[in-house]
Write a protein that binds this ligand. Structure first.
Ligand SMILES: [Zn+2]
Length: 330
């Protein structure tokens, strides 16, 4: 494995690698898809390297070879057993036990912990002491999309490094290099859906998200025309990523609301939903749109916090409210 170089990380790289003395713990935080993991991997390889260069690990020393073979004994990962699950106290205790031993390569020990916000309170508390007094040469790299969910005691023990998304032109250029076979219009749509994150846009392209989006937009139209019911659609969308669906619907509420105020078509967002949103904004009251918007965002936070919500029931309820928007009079 070779840590990927992402061009928008250059200033972050300089901030991290240019420190006179390395901290014991860093929190790399920023929106999903800003490339925190790639940055952490590159930094970890550099911290472990026996002859680090200014821009990167040397790639040739014994440590670099172990890193590339993914067998470095002094590089540890702490993450949930499955995506979406919590990091449990047992995992933290195992890790703390391992890092108390001397570094096998005689250099540093690096721990990549991702996503930091899924540590339970117990796990976080079990980690605190190690964060505060790690052994010599131990460096923790905590990664988080949702740093507001972290305990303040964890955050205060880390050097915070914000990892923002790249500027639009850099994102466009990077994505064009990764997806040369797609047209620029498609790439722009992907980037817009990914809120400007090129990594997320690339993932969306690989997951066939544009096709899923078309399916959802078609479903919304069928719902409003009474050709499909809320429960039918909720069942049909059971395999789609729920958080993303909620984000789309929240965005649509907001776009309809904005259009009510401005009558500016640019406020309607991507072309695929413009006719629907225009139609809805003529029927629904601002209050109703705002209410549904807030309801959706509340559920989104619950999902992000891994509350046990049933996706089909949640979607059915949202779609029922969405349909009701078209029935209300201003
Ligand atoms: Zn090296």
């Amino acid at each position: 494995m070779v840590a990927e170089y992402l061009p928008w990380h250059q200033p972050l790289w300089e901030a991290l690698s240019g420190r006179a003395e390395q901290a014991h713990a860093y929190l790399l935080h920023g929106p999903a898809g800003s490339g925190k993991r790639a940055l952490a991997e590159r930094f970890a390889a550099w911290l472990l390297c026996c002859q680090p260069q200014v821009e990167q690990a040397c790639g040739n020393c014994s440590s670099c070879r172990l890193y590339q073979a993914e067998t470095h004994p002094d590089l540890f990962y702490l993450q949930p057993e499955e995506p979406g699950k919590a990091i449990l106290i047992g995992h933290v205790r195992d890790l703390v036990g391992s890092i108390q031993q001397t570094a096998q390569q005689g250099g540093r020990k690096v721990i990549i912990l991702e996503p930091a916000e899924v540590m339970t309170t117990e796990s976080a508390n079990a980690l605190l002491k190690s964060l505060e007094e790690p052994g010599p040469g131990t460096v923790f790299l905590l990664l988080s999309d949702q740093p507001s969910f972290l305990l303040p005691t964890i955050k205060s023990r880390c050097v915070l490094q914000a990892c923002p998304l790249p500027p639009a032109d850099m994102a466009t250029q990077w994505l064009a290099e990764k997806l040369p076979e797609t047209c620029s219009e498609e790439r722009d749509t992907l980037l817009q859906l990914a809120s400007g994150s090129p990594l997320l846009a690339l993932e969306y392209a690989r997951d066939g998200l544009l096709r899923q989006r078309a399916e959802v937009v078609e479903g919304v139209k069928q719902l409003l025309k009474r050709q499909s019911s809320a429960s039918e659609l909720a069942t049909r969308w059971a395999k789609l990523p729920a958080v993303l669906l909620l984000e789309w619907f929240a965005d649509w509420c907001q776009a309809a609301l904005r259009y009510q105020l401005t009558q500016n078509e640019e406020d309607l967002g991507l072309a695929d939903m413009q006719p629907v949103l225009k139609y809805l904004s003529g029927l629904a009251s601002a209050d109703a749109l705002l209410q549904l918007h807030d309801w959706i965002l509340e559920r989104r936070v619950k999902l992000l916090r891994r509350a046990p919500l049933r996706q089909d029931l949640l979607l059915e309820s949202m779609l029922g409210q969405w349909l009701a928007l078209a029935q209300r009079k201003r």
